[in-house]
Design a binder for this molecule. Structure first.
Ligand SMILES: NC(=O)c1ccc[n+]([C@@H]2O[C@H](COP(=O)([O-])OP(=O)(O)OC[C@H]3O[C@@H](n4cnc5c(N)ncnc54)[C@H](O)[C@@H]3O)[C@@H](O)[C@H]2O)c1
Ligand SMILES: O=C(O)CC[C@@H](O)C(=O)O
Length: 531
C-alpha cells in the first residue's frame, strides 16, 4: 500500500523512474509538460516532486502543495524552484550536484572548440553543396589565455581539458584557495575583473544569483583581448546579451557560444543569432545518456530515502542527514525534540532567545542539526500556526524575532553528557536539560529542579509550596479520577521553599481534576501535556 505519491513532472531517465517504483511505499506518476495551471490543480495530491529545469516551482505551486515534503531536482541548478517559498513551506529541495558534471564540462569545451573553428557555419556550407575553404579560418586554443569564472565541479573539469590543450588558465572563484589553485596548476585571480582583463576566452561555471546576474557586463567583456571568445554553458543571465551583441558588432569580441539564455527558449529573432561567428545549443549541457541516467537514478534514491526513512542528501535548503549521521544523531534528535517541546510547555511565552548548550561527547556531533530539532520541537510545542519542521524552523524563528544561539563544552561536570535548552526573556533564563541513562534519553532538569523523567508520554507538571500533603493529594486525586501513575519525580528547592512534581500518567487527566488542583491552596501551577 503506497504511502507517498511522487509526481515526475519533467522527463528523467526510465531507470530513475524505475528506482522510485521499486519502493512499495511510493506511487509514481509521470506527467510531463504540464501547464502551470495544470500543475497547480494536481500538486496538492503529492508528497514528492521530481523536476529538471522545465517545471517552474513558484510560490503559488507551494501554496497549493499542501502535502509536499520534498522536491528532487535531476540536475544542478535549482533556479526554477523558489527556494525561499520551499523553505517557508517546510519543503526540502535536493539536487544531484555531480551526475552531469563531466557531460556539461565536455559540452562547454565542445562549444569553445566549435566556435574557434567555425564548425556549425562550415558544416552548413558543406551540406549546402559549397566547398568554401577560405571563409572559415579558425584560431588555435594552444597558448591562449582562458578565464574561468567558477571553479566548482564543472569549472575544474573544464580547466583540466583546457590545460591538455595547452591553454593558460586563470580562474576566479571566491572559494578557490591559493593551495587548491596551485594543485590544479591554474593562475588564481583575486577578482573577476582581474581574471578577465587580457583574456582570449572566457567560460562561465557559476550559479545565477542576484550577485552574478550580468557578471559578464560590457566593462568586463571590453577588458578582454580584441578577438576574444565567450562561452556560457552555465545559466542565461550571467552574460549581458545586449552588451555582448554590441561588442560582437564592434568587432571587439570575435564570437560567442551559448547553451543557456536570458529567456529560455530564446525568441527566434534573438539579436545574437545574427552574429557571424556563433554557436548556439538549446540547453544541452547535461543532455547525454550518461548524465541523465546518473541524475535520474540519484534523484530517485534521494527522494525515496527522504520520504521513506528521513535521510537527507544534497539538500540546498537545510543541513544533510545521511544514513550514518541519522544513526549517530537519531537518539539525540528524540531528546532534542522533547526538550524543545517541554520548554515550550513550561517556559514563558514570547521569549527573546533560545540557547542550546551541548556538554560532553554530544558536543562532537553535528549539533547544527540537533539545534534545528530543538527549535522545531520548541516551535511546534508552542502551537505556532505555521507547520514547523526541520526545513523551515530557522525561518519561522527569524520571522518571530527569536534569536538562536548554540554553545558546546567538551566536558560535562555532573553528567557524562548533557543537552541544556534555555529560553531567555527579559534577562531571566528558563532551563530544561536532558541526558542518557544507558541508551534511554531522560529529562533531568526542569526550571532549577533536578528531576528524572521520560522524554515521551503524557505528563502532569505541578509546582507547589514545599509543605506536607501535596504528593498524597496528587496521588489520591489522580487515583479517584482513574488516572494511573506510571512514574513520579519529585524535586524540592529548599531555599525557595518550592517543590516540583513531574508525574508521567497513562492517560490525560480530566480538566475538572486540573481545575480542582489549581484551586488548591499551596499549589502554584498545574500543567498537563504530552511529549
Ligand atoms: N547547461 C547545462 O545544462 C548545465 C548543466 C549542469 C550545470 N549547469 C550550471 O553550471 C553551473 C555550475 O555548476 P557546478 O556543478 O560546477 O556548480 P558548483 O557549485 O560545483 O560550482 C559553482 C562555483 O561557482 C562559484 N561561484 C559562485 N559565485 C561566484 C562568483 N560570483 N564568481 C565566481 N565564482 C563564483 C562557487 O564558489 C562554486 O565553486 C551552475 O549554474 C549549473 O546550474 C548547467
Ligand atoms: O535538466 C537539464 O537538462 C539541465 C540541467 C542543468 O541546467 C543543471 O543545472 O543541472
Amino acid at each position: 500500500m503506497a504511502t507517498y505519491r511522487v509526481l515526475v513532472s519533467d522527463p528523467i531517465s526510465e531507470k530513475g523512474v524505475d528506482a522510485l517504483r521499486t519502493a512499495p511505499e511510493i506511487q509514481v506518476d509521470v506527467n510531463t509538460g504540464l501547464k502551470p495551471d495544470e500543475l497547480l490543480a494536481i500538486i496538492g495530491d503529492y508528497h514528492g516532486l521530481v523536476v529538471r529545469s522545465q517545471t517552474k516551482v513558484t510560490p503559488e505551486v507551494f501554496a497549493a502543495a499542501k502535502n509536499l515534503k520534498a522536491i528532487g531536482r535531476a540536475g544542478v541548478g535549482v533556479d526554477n524552484i523558489d527556494r525561499n517559498a520551499a523553505t517557508d513551506h517546510g519543503v526540502v529541495v535536493m539536487n544531484t550536484p555531480s551526475g552531469n558534471t563531466i557531460s556539461t564540462a565536455e559540452h562547454a569545451f565542445t562549444l569553445m572548440l566549435s566556435l574557434a573553428r567555425n564548425i556549425p557555419q562550415a558544416h552548413a556550407t558543406v551540406i549546402a553543396g559549397k566547398w568554401d575553404r577560405k571563409s572559415f579560418e579558425g584560431v588555435e586554443m594552444n597558448g591562449k589565455r582562458l578565464a574561468i569564472l567558477g571553479m566548482g565541479r564543472i569549472g575544474t573539469e573544464f580547466a583540466k581539458r583546457a590545460q591538455a590543450f595547452g591553454m593558460h588558465v586563470v580562474a576566479y572563484d571566491p572559494f578557490l584557495t591559493a593551495a587548491r589553485a596551485q594543485g590544479l596548476k591554474v593562475e588564481l585571480a583575486e577578482t573577476a575583473d582581474l581574471a578577465l582583463a587580457g583574456a582570449d576566452v572566457v567560460t562561465l561555471h557559476i550559479p545565477l544569483t542576484d550577485e552574478t546576474n550580468h557578471i559578464l557586463n560590457k566593462a568586463r567583456l571590453s577588458s578582454m583581448n580584441k578577438g576574444a571568445l565567450v562561452v556560457n554553458c552555465a545559466r542565461g543571465g550571467l552574460v549581458d546579451e545586449a552588451a555582448a551583441k554590441e561588442l560582437l558588432d564592434s568587432g571587439h569580441l570575435a564570437g560567442i557560444a551559448l547553451d543557456v539564455y536570458e529567456v529560455e527558449p530564446p525568441p527566434a529573432d534573438h539579436p545574437l543569432f545574427a552574429a557571424k561567428k556563433a554557436v548556439f545549443t538549446p540547453h544541452l549541457g547535461a543532455s547525454t545518456a550518461e548524465a541523465q541516467e546518473n541524475v535520474g537514478i540519484e534523484v530517485a534514491y534521494q527522494l525515496k530515502d527522504f520520504l521513506v526513512s528521513g535521510e537527507i542528501r544534497n539538500a540546498v535548503n537545510m543541513p544533510n542527514l545521511d544514513a550514518k549521521t541519522l544513526e549517530s544523531v537519531g537518539p539525540y534528535l528524540n531528546l532534542a525534540t522533547a526538550l524543545g517541546k517541554l520548554l515550550a510547555k513550561i517556559g514563558p511565552g514570547q521569549v527573546d532567545a533560545l540557547r542550546v548548550s551541548y556538554l560532553g561527547p554530544v558536543s562532537e556531533l553535528d549539533t547544527q542539526l540537533v539545534t534545528r530539532t530543538v527549535l522545531t520541537g520548541y516551535l511546534s510545542g508552542a502551537h505556532h500556526e505555521a507547520q514547523v519542521n526541520l526545513v523551515n524552523a530557522p525561518a519561522v524563528a527569524k520571522a518571530l524575532g527569536l534569536q538562536i544561539t548554540e554553545s558546546t563544552v567538551a566536558i560535562a561536570t555532573n553528567w557524562t553528557e548533557l543537552i541544556e535548552v534555555s529560553a531567555v526573556k527579559g534577562g531571566e533564563t528558563f532551563t530544561v536539560a536532558g541526558t542518557f541513562f544507558g541508551n534511554a534519553p531522560r529529562i533531568v532538569h526542569i526550571l532549577g529542579h533536578n528531576v528524572e523523567t521520560n522524554t515521551s508520554g503524557q505528563f502532569l507538571f505541578v509546582e507547589n509550596d514545599d509543605r506536607p500533603g501535596v504528593v498524597g493529594l496528587l496521588g489520591s486525586s489522580l487515583g479517584t479520577a482513574g488516572v494511573n501513575i506510571a512514574n513520579m519525580s519529585l524535586s524540592r528547592n529548599k531555599s525557595l521553599s518550592r517543590a516540583v512534581t513531574v508525574i508521567e500518567v497513562d492517560s490525560e487527566p480530566p480538566v475538572s481534576l486540573l481545575e480542582t488542583l489549581r484551586a488548591t491552596p499551596g499549589i502554584l501551577r498545574v500543567l498537563s501535556f504530552g511529549l
